[in-house]
Structure formats: structure tokens, C-alpha cells
Design a protein around this ligand. Sequence first.
Ligand code: CS2
Length: 489
Amino acid sequence: MSRLNQAALKGLPADVAVPGYDRAQVKTGVVHLGIGAFHRAHQAVVFDDAIRRGDLRWGVLGASLRSPDVREQLNPQDSLYTLVVRDGSEEHLRVIGACAGVMVGPEDPAALVAAMADADVHIITLTVTEKGYRLDPATGDLLLSDADVEGDLVDIAAPRTAPGFIVAALRARKAAGLKPFTVISCDNLPHNGKRIRAGVIAMARRIDPSLADWIEAEGAFPQTMIDRIVPATTPDDIGRLTTRLSVEDRGMVKAEPFTQWVIEDWFAGERPDFAALGVQLTDAVEPWEDAKLRLLNGAHSAIAYLGALSGHEHVHEVVAVPAFRAYVEALWDEAQTTLHPPSGLDIPAYRDALMARFSNAALMHRTRQIAMDGSQKLPQRLLAGAAERLATGQGIDAIALGVAAWMKWQSGGTESGETFVVDDPLAARTAELLAGAADDQARVSALLSLSAVFPPALAADDRFAVAVTGAYLSLSRNGAIDAAIQVVD
Ligand code: CS2
């Protein structure tokens, strides 16, 4: 089967939207670090919209900082891929033309740095997942003990980490007399702009203090809230699309119809007319970010652990179980008292919309995909809300069950006894802590000692420990569904 490419566009079915612009005229104005499915289904679509509207500055060079997989998917296809938007039985296909190719950082770091330092590049976007920032999740400090960070500090000309590439490229731009680019973090981290800024400046300061001063004064690192559910593409998805297109697209991505991007209005240089592209520019991203992290992502993580422990493979199957659905509502009741919703966000309507989004059966969003990297996700999704509720004397039964379900997941076994490999940067540490504990109570105490996950003040709060231990015991004795029923009753 031949692959999707520029020549194949004219043979695609008439209902597939294709780039109507001359791709040869498009400049590369954006470099994206971590070109996974999420970027391709979200930010790249906005840049593609900008190009379609005639602003040809916004082609995207993708970079993988680890494996060459996405390069193998896209480069043989002239960097074209299909966005498959699914809702129930409806499916809309659009070929995205904004991508200008994929580079693999570890293969030639200097070439990627040079590309980022090009005068036409004005924006760096990044989705490198929480752990890619090389920051302590609890304190936000640069992980100086991380081997790759150490490597960057020794030889910044051949960086390995996301902050390292940004520092190296900013250094080259300063030397060339160019302005900094704007760095837009698109990961689900709280204060994502502030965090990447702090990591970049901390690294730059150790390499060249005058570079750090320049970045501090001239750089722009806007905060963002970014939202679209983009499950990992499966071989079955590719097979179905191949049947539909009569060419094979190994770079396809699937997503829900909903998409949202809120960006702090802070740029170092040129940017597309974001407002005209449906992006919300604001001075206050945090209220949006907290609402999204604690309602959408908090529920997602709880659904993932409770669902996967009880043998439910997909999100829509979990929320179809009445006990879990009621539990998600209880979790939202708790989380929403900690929010300061921005004007324009109607929480009851947002909750209804979220439940409908979770129920989208056409997405086939795997609970195990969301369960990944929980140690990096828990603080902003569940723990921050728990701490705020406890500070005002409110209960945390629903949040505690989400936390306990994450703890259970760390043991590497489901309720039916199926074992799995825990996919988490702290998996070895949690396994060690669990192995040294004699009973459930000791298991919970051992995991609470992980200061990279649990802020010490929260871990030391008896009310928190009691609630999480109770939920953990309930999971052990009764399983996830009954534990959810107990919270709701
Ligand atoms: C999910 C997110 O995998 C996960 O952790 O919670 O990727 C989620 O789908 C997105 O944040 C939605 O915008």
C-alpha cells in the first residue's frame, strides 16, 4: 500500500479536507519540541488554520527528543497527516499541511539548535510530558542530579533535554543579535510558562550569567491552558483510515471535536493572529488552568486508576458504570470548591460537557494511557485541591479515593490478578517502598513519604493520611466499584 504524500492528495475522497495553499511558500516560524499526537491534533491545527487564512509564516518544524518514530511516520509522507475527528458515529477527516518535517534531537543536536535559532522562527511550542521538564514536581526546581541535565551543563552545544535545547538556541540567537523566541509550554503542568522559564533561566545561569539576564529581560514564556482529548493512535485506527483513503497514513491522529487553547498575552516577537484563530488571549491563565487540571485531568486520572484496576479498558466504559459516574460527580463537587472560575467559564455547563466528552465511545481512550506517569500528574490534579479543602476544614473522601487508586496501581496488579509494568518515572522507587511494607496501612504511609509527589505538609496531615488509608483499605477489601459507592453514599 502506498503512503499518503503530496502527490496522493488529489486522489483522496472529496469529503477529506486537504491543504489548499502552496506548501512550498510556507516558512518555518515554529519549532515544536516533542511532536507527539497531541501537538499534531491541537497546536499544529491552529498553525495550519493560520496558513490557510493566508499567513504563510507559521509552518512547524517538529522535533523528537527521544525516538525517531514520528520522523519515520511523517517524513516519508511529505510531513502530511490526517486529523480524524470522531464523535459518536460521525467522523471528519482533514489533512494537515503545516508540518515542515521532523528532526530527531539526539541524532544531530546541533542541527536542531541551528533550526531553532533561525531568524524566521518566532515561537517554540513544547509537549514533552511532565517529566520532560526535568523539574522536581513538588518544588519546581531544575533537577540538577538528572544525568541529562548534567550533560547539558557540561556541553550545551549538544543538548539532550528540552530546557537544554531552548538554552542552546537562545544562546545562538543572542550571539547572532536576534530576539529571543516565545516559548509556549503546552503540557498539563501548573504554571507551565513559569516552570519552563525557571528551568531555562536556572540552566542558563550556570552556563553564562549574562545569557540568563538576557533571557530574564527579553524572553517570553506565556502560560497556557490547552485542551483536547487525543488518544494514542492504534494499528486498528490506521487500518480503518487506509480503507477510507486508499493510501496508508502512519502519522494520523484521532481526536474529539472539542479543542481549546488559552494563552497568556506575552510574546517576545511575531505571532499569528491568535484571536482570529479561536485562541483565547488573556492576562490570567491560572483560573482556566486550575479548572482544567482539577476537573478534567483530576477526573481523568481517578477514572484511569479505578477503571483500569477494575478491568475497564476505556474511559467511556468507566463512566458508563453508574457508581463511577456518580463518583466523578462527587469528585467534581469537591474540586470545584477550590476553583476561582474565570468569567466565561460556567462550571455546571463545563461539568456536563466534560461528562459528555468522557462518554465519547468513538475515541476508545485507554485508561492505561492516562494511568501513565501518575507521580508527575497527581500533585496538580488531585493533591493541590485536597490541600486547599483541608485548609478550610472540608472533607476529601472523593479525592482520597483517587489518590488511593493511584497507590494501588503502583503495586502492578489489577483486581482480577492481572499483572502489568507500572509506567512511571518513579516506578522503581514506589516498588521498593511497597516491598518494604507489611500491610496496607504501612503501604500508604510508605508512599506518602515520597516528597516528590506529596508535599510534606500534606503527607503529615492526619486527616489526609486517614482519608487515603481508609480509601486504600476499601479498595483492597471491596474493589473499585464498591469503594466508589461508599464515597457517594
Ligand atoms: C490525560 C490528558 O493522559 C492524560 O493524562 O488526562 O492527556 C487529557 O486527555 C488532556 O489533557 C485533555 O486536554
